[in-house]
Design a protein around this ligand. Structure first.
Ligand code: FPP
Length: 224
């Protein structure tokens, strides 16, 4: 049976879900938070130590300002509302991506990271203004003046995910088969599960089915 230390998720389909309900895309994002809460609960239950959630990509800046602002407000409300309980649950919050939001949101994110820094039960990496190509560029620029040859270890140590093992599995909901510039280095050997359901419809049962399937998957890592 394969062990799971780290699950990464592309939470796709909120917008379509909102429209399907005859409401707005933002209504879908709001509902998406409920699925986030369920996933956190299930991940703790399964004693998985790392969870990375793709909340806002470097490409998502192209969305209308109204939707962007709504997403940032949602995140702000979520953190303000849940930080104490996340901390009590011994959850560590880490933001991956560059924090270039309003001073208010940047400070709140820094505070959430600081307050939960010693927690060890589950680390949640929230990918915000995150893009894999940006992350790699950032790492290469940090290493460019190194005298010796750059090693794999050097690159790993300079990614936003340093100190996080690579995800054994990546889940993408929303019936789309692409990686959208997410953790391209880290998922070199991850098992990828594309799920048809839209994120707000994704249930604990669906999640657990994927985890069980992953546990039974034969992983070769280039061997036979
Ligand atoms: C993708 O659906 C979803 C997002 C870009 C945002 C995800 C954000 C949340 C679920 C809320 C905040 C997260 C945390 C961690 C508290 P989409 O809008 O691309 O959907 P579509 O493919 O139907 O357009």
């Amino acid at each position: 049976m394969n062990q799971i230390k780290h699950v990464a998720i592309i939470m796709d389909g909120n917008g379509r879900w909102g429209i399907k309900q005859g409401k707005t895309r933002n209504f879908g994002h709001e509902k998406g938070i409920k699925t986030v809460e369920m996933i956190i609960k299930e991940t703790i239950k399964k004693k998985i130590k790392f969870l990375t959630l793709f909340a806002f990509s470097t490409e998502n800046w192209k969305r209308p300002q109204g939707e962007r602002n709504f997403l940032f407000k949602l995140l702000e409300f979520y953190i303000k509302d849940k930080l104490d309980s996340l901390n009590k649950e011994k959850i560590k919050i880490k933001i991956i991506g560059q924090k270039i939001f309003t001073n208010k949101l940047n400070s709140l994110l820094n505070y959430a990271e600081y307050k939960t820094r010693k927690n060890k039960k589950l680390q949640i990496n929230i990918a915000l203004n995150y893009g894999s190509k940006n992350e790699l560029l950032h790492a290469f620029n940090k290493l460019k003046n190194k005298k010796k040859k750059i090693t794999i270890r050097d690159i790993k140590k300079n990614l936003f995910t340093k100190n996080t093992p690579d995800p054994e599995l990546l889940i993408r909901t929303g019936n789309t088969k692409r990686l959208s510039n997410f953790l391209l280095w880290q998922i070199a050997y991850s098992e990828i599960f594309f799920e048809k359901k839209l994120w707000p419809d994704f249930t604990a049962h669906d999640y657990n089915k994927i985890l069980s399937k992953f546990r039974k998957t034969k992983r070769n890592f280039g061997n036979i």
